[in-house]
Design a binder for this molecule. Structure first.
Ligand code: HEM
Length: 311
């Protein structure tokens, strides 16, 4: 029996920080041991740790879900793209105030500096009542507390059980273009009302609406949901959404992205992508807390691991 990383489901924090690292050639991950101490448990801060697919396969091949692969770029015929910016380690730190979260982000980066290069970092915040910067509530159809683990975690008995597939993408919004649309048009872009996030009825929700593109089903008609934890970021010059989600399997992301970018068989694209574009994209695996602990405690995550030493 294993426990997931609880931070995936932690609610109520308004300050967020994301860090991505590239491991130095031949480096070990002893630093992760330290990371768990000051940077994880102090000050009511949550930490989620995830690994790039290639690194995780080297660290713990027996615990890698079959479908775990790096993010591949999506390139649509009309020039719309979702670039791949895959790195080795992903950290999500969140807490109740930006100062404490910043201190922990700095401490985490310092802890890893001997082993890895900081490749990307992004402070984020919760905007009003969980609204994206477009003004639309983000998270309405997210699975509720009891369903979230079923949606987000690899089922028990499978390789990587109680771990989760993470998608991390930074999107840059063109708010001026979006705000130039009358509100009813904006609502057709997302498929929900702006004030209170009510789903438009079938007659008014275009097949190109965001929620129409990302609501997907398996061949038996069962919905395939994901658990989203995205947060806005930015300054006056550049701003948007740091899209983060957790899923029991990776294919859901691939299917949703192909339906958003017009590479799915029906050729339609998500009209939201007329107003925002991704500038980064990566997949990670957040192993169960139990496995993470085991690997660190038994020293399996160390430079002595042949798989790591061969990097
Ligand atoms: C800038 C990027 C994005 C923005 C601003 C955005 C915003 C939103 C909003 C406002 C909703 C409706 C309310 C809700 O249920 O949360 C929504 C729903 C959803 N989004 Fe996104 N989203 C973005 C990217 C993505 C991506 C990249 C994916 C998948 C890979 C995705 C998957 C979903 C899903 C699964 C839903 C729920 C659909 C349903 O069942 O009703 N979103 N998003």
């Amino acid at each position: 029996m294993s426990e997931p990383q609880f931070g995936i489901f932690a609610q109520g924090t308004v300050a967020h920080y994301f860090l991505e690292f590239d491991l130095h050639r031949g480096a070990g991950l002893e630093a992760l041991r330290e990371l768990r101490q000051p940077a994880v448990s102090a000050g009511g801060v949550n930490l989620v740790v995830a690994f790039g697919p290639a690194l995780w396969r080297r660290l713990a091949p027996a615990h890698a879900p079959k479908s775990l692969t790096p993010f591949t770029p999506v390139v649509a015929g009309d020039g719309r793209t979702a670039p791949a910016t895959q790195h080795d380690v992903w950290l999500w730190i969140n807490g109740s105030t930006p100062d404490v979260v910043f201190e922990h982000a700095r401490a985490a980066a310092k802890t890893l500096e001997e082993a890895a290069t900081l490749a990307a970092e992004q402070p984020c915040f919760v905007h009003r009542d969980s609204r994206d910067l477009t003004g639309f509530i983000d998270g309405t159809a997210n699975p509720q507390l009891l369903d979230a683990p079923v949606v987000a975690l690899v089922p028990r008995g499978q390789p990587g059980e109680d771990g989760s597939h993470v998608i991390a993408m930074r999107w840059v919004h063109d708010l001026e273009a979006f705000e130039a649309l009358p509100v009813p048009e904006q609502e057709r872009v997302f498929g929900r009302t702006k004030a209170d996030s009510v789903e438009l009825d079938e007659a008014h929700k275009p097949p190109t609406a965001h929620i129409a593109r990302v609501e997907i089903h398996d061949p038996r008609g069962e919905e395939l949901p994901i658990y989203r934890r995205s947060v806005p970021y930015g300054n006056v010059h550049e701003h948007g959404l740091y899209f983060v989600a957790f899923s029991a399997d990776l294919q859901r992301y691939d299917i949703m992205l192909s339906r958003m970018f017009g590479t799915a068989p029906d050729g339609l694209h998500d009209h939201m992508t007329d107003f925002t574009r991704p500038v980064s994209g990566a997949y990670y695996f957040a192993p169960s807390l139990t496995l993470l602990h085991e690997l660190v405690e038994t020293g399996a995550i160390s430079s002595r691991t042949p798989a790591l030493a061969s990097r």
